[in-house]
Design a protein. Structure first.
Length: 95
């Protein structure tokens, strides 16, 4: 997804300098996020939470707030992980 598509999806007030595309998958990561290089952030996923280890966030999934996805967990489809949620181990979250 382009930055313009990301910005539209998030309401139109994002600054491009606050975002970058993750090296492993091309998804969008906010400057406040903590994402390991080993994690996969798919090209339509959006993260401004924490993703670590071998976790994957892909499809149209979003991780934000104080949420953490780690271990071998997978978040995908249209799932949203937010607040203080933790998804870990071999968990799968689909929405």
């Amino acid at each position: 997804m382009t930055f313009e598509e990301l910005n539209k999806k998030l309401g139109g007030s994002e600054q491009q300098s606050d975002w970058h595309q993750h090296k492993n998958g091309g998804g969008w990561v906010h400057k406040s996020a903590k994402v390991d290089e080993s994690a996969l952030i798919g090209d339509r996923a959006i993260v401004w939470g924490r993703v670590s280890g071998d976790a994957w966030v892909y499809g149209n999934a979003q991780v934000y707030g104080n949420a953490r996805v780690y271990g071998n967990a997978r978040v995908y489809g249209h799932a949203r992980v937010y607040g203080d949620a933790q998804v870990y181990g071999d968990a799968r979250v689909y929405g």
